[in-house]
Write a protein that binds this ligand. Structure first.
Ligand code: GLY
Length: 310
């Protein structure tokens, strides 16, 4: 069976001058995931490696590039799920390196599904995880620069800040993959919404919302976590796929969310056990990249939906 990996770097909008670095970051991450797929032939390994590469890059709203809460804290969410519907997640975990690896630990080694906050960080320390040094947190730096620019704006300062903050961040990174045995997996990681309340956990740590997988299909979402939770977006795709093609399932789920919550709210990527791929967003853009057996180099893009049938 054909091996394949598809990743995204977050739904939202990105200034044109940042496109080249984003495209390069996506390319590196998808290649890292694909190399893992080749060397280990394990879809879990592939999605975790691809997401870890995006977390470390500092280019996306995840890991080193995470945005901050209203209290100025970094609180990351991440999850991993596989074809057996095994699930592990961490929520609101402060500045540790590669929360996606901690989520994998929760899935594979712990009796639990979701571990949050300071105890998630303590677990990471016990396992020997490192922190991102504060000076390397590019997300914090971007917010500081932004706050400096808007600091003299009048009255509804915070409202405007929250609204226009969307312009400096896209949301979340994710990956889905299938190995040569038709085993699918998904992984997701995020710094969450800019200026969220301290303690807020988003869809990326929630089973069925930001991530879902079963023996047939895997999906991850990006966008406004509250809306993704309200509509159980990833679950919908995986459930619909039982009865229809991947493309039809993806369109139906995104159609539901868009009618329910409006445009400019979310994006998804998905894969099935046959190696069909799909991505779709109702935002201005969503960077994505994929690589399958038989391709010489990855296909990378910043806008538009796409469905690859095998
Ligand atoms: N989609 C990520 C979040 O809302 O936290």
């Amino acid at each position: 069976m054909k091996r394949a990996i598809l990743i995204h770097g977050g739904a939202g909008r990105v200034k044109k001058e940042l496109w080249p670095s984003r495209i390069e970051g996506l390319k590196e991450a998808v290649l890292r995931g694909y190399e893992a797929l080749l060397s280990k032939d394990d879809s879990i390994e592939a999605v975790v490696e691809a997401v870890a590469a995006m977390e470390d890059s500092g280019l996306f709203n995840a890991g080193r590039g995470s945005t901050i809460s209203f209290k100025g804290t970094v609180e990351m969410d991440a999850a991993v799920m596989d074809w057996r519907s095994r699930f592990g997640a961490v929520g609101g975990v402060p500045n540790i390196r590669n929360p996606v690896r901690l989520a994998r630990y929760v899935m594979e080694e712990s009796p639990h599904r979701l571990i949050v906050g300071l105890e998630a960080r303590n677990l990471a320390y016990r396992l020997g995880f490192k922190e991102y040094p504060i000076e390397e947190l590019t997300g914090l730096r971007r917010v500081e620069e932004y706050l400096t620019r808007v600091k003299d704006k009048p009255s509804s300062f915070y409202g405007k800040l929250f609204e226009s903050g969307k312009k400096i961040f896209t949301d979340t990174v994710g990956a889905v993959a299938v190995d040569s045995q038709g085993r699918v997996a998904a992984a997701v990681s995020t710094g969450g919404l800019l200026f969220k309340f301290g303690g807020r956990v988003g869809d990326s740590a929630i089973f069925g919302a930001g991530i879902m997988a079963n023996a047939i299909c895997a999906a991850v979402a990006t966008g406004i976590g509250e809306y993704i939770m309200d509509s159980l977006l990833s679950y919908r795709i995986v459930e619909y796929r039982r009865y229809m093609s991947l493309e039809a399932a993806c369109r139906k789920a995104m159609g539901f969310l868009t009618r329910y919550k409006g445009m400019d709210t979310a994006g998804v990527i998905c894969i099935d056990r046959f190696g069909n791929l799909g991505w779709m967003h109702n935002t201005e853009m969503m960077g994505r990249a994929y690589m399958t057996d038989g391709m010489e180099s990855p296909d990378v893009g910043m806008v538009g939906e796409g469905f690859i049938k095998v």
